[in-house]
Write a protein that binds this ligand. Sequence first.
Ligand code: NZQ
Ligand code: ZN
Length: 395
Amino acid sequence: MNFEFQNPTHLIFGTGSITKLGEATKRYGKKALIVTGGGSVKRNGTFDKAIASLKTTGIQYVECTGIEPNPRLSSIIRGRDIARREKCDVIIALGGGSAMDAAKAIAAAVLYNGDPWDMFFHGQQNQYFPTEAMPLIAIPTLAATGSEMNCGAVITNEESKIKSFVQVPCLYPKVALVDPELTVSVPKDQTAYGVCDIITHITEGYFNGVDDTPIQDRFAEGAIQTVLEYGPKAVENGNNIEARTQVQWASIVALNGWVQSGTNGGYPVHMIEHALSAHHDVTHGAGLAVVNPAWMRFAAKNRPAKFAQFARRVMGITEKFANPLDLANAGIDKFEEFLRSIGCPTRLSELKIGEELLEQYAKDALQVLKDENGCLPARPPMTKEDIVSMLRTAL
Ligand code: NZQ
Ligand code: ZN
């Protein structure tokens, strides 16, 4: 194992922590651009709580509302222009991963004179890697992406239908203000998709990483088991604050870099799902619920022992099997059953996706990320044909 780890985000976690927004913001600016989604924060009172706290420290604000799920490049340009025109000096993201990712991209775009799409790799000669961004305070209202404590942002170019990512240190939020109470209004379906997203962030590193990472394996297994326990409770009763709290914490742990440290794994399931959601605007976590089990069955053949470990330690399979691959597949079946039990789709047809564009999704995923042999980085690396045939099994 060879790795470096640094996460500079100041995490403030706990029920009621939204009241600390004014104090947290004061350290970074006087006039905030507040970035929100389609209106949930206005309907459920979260926006009013945020404003009440900002008033206590005299922070002024303007808004960039209407960030769509799977946020689009045009929204980044709109937000950038508002921040420049209004001379904002700090950005507050209040919403799900989409609002947070848009806020990150806006934070970097404000300080860049070129096209914001230059930041997102899509096959161009010279990718622009931002080294500076406006200070950002991230307040998640949905437990899923962990964007509040990582330095990634995922944006869709709605014209080319490419969904790509940027991941650079200057995009770490200065503060992640995480108040699980803000998530009680998340509907059952979005809660379930969030649970799937959290688990998938962990399985990506667990299955695609290098060998011999026993400490990371145990972190990963413990975090997934916690989500398997509390996720269904949060879906069942959205007001269960204990369940909301554990799922929210898990969403941060799953993608703030710690669980993955040293594994050096790829994100094939994410890269393939992003291609699907770019074309069909499906919810990210729902797309993952379809792709992840199909990808696991594909990858288990290459590395049955690791998938057998998952079956035993995470999915609790105790029966004896003739060989590790049978055990591995029993674990994957049980994982898929779990996803269905909380209301996730597990077939492309449930997302109203047919076989017409399978090649296109594979091409698009490889346009965003490929290794020196032209394959999607993963274990095993995936060719275009591998991606197509894997997706075919999910129809
Ligand atoms: O838009 P509003 O009205 O706020 O409603 C949202 C949206 O309809 C709603 N919602 C959020 N909080 C709510 C709520 N409804 C009621 N009560 C609340 N408290 O939920 C819907 C989905 O919101 P969205 O932000 O799109 O969901 P999510 O957090 O799953 O974010 C998904 C986006 O993040 C990207 C995905 O690709 C996708 O674009 N990702 C970002 C990552 C990162 N930066 O680290 C990693 C992920 O793997 C992922 O790729
Ligand atoms: Zn994800």
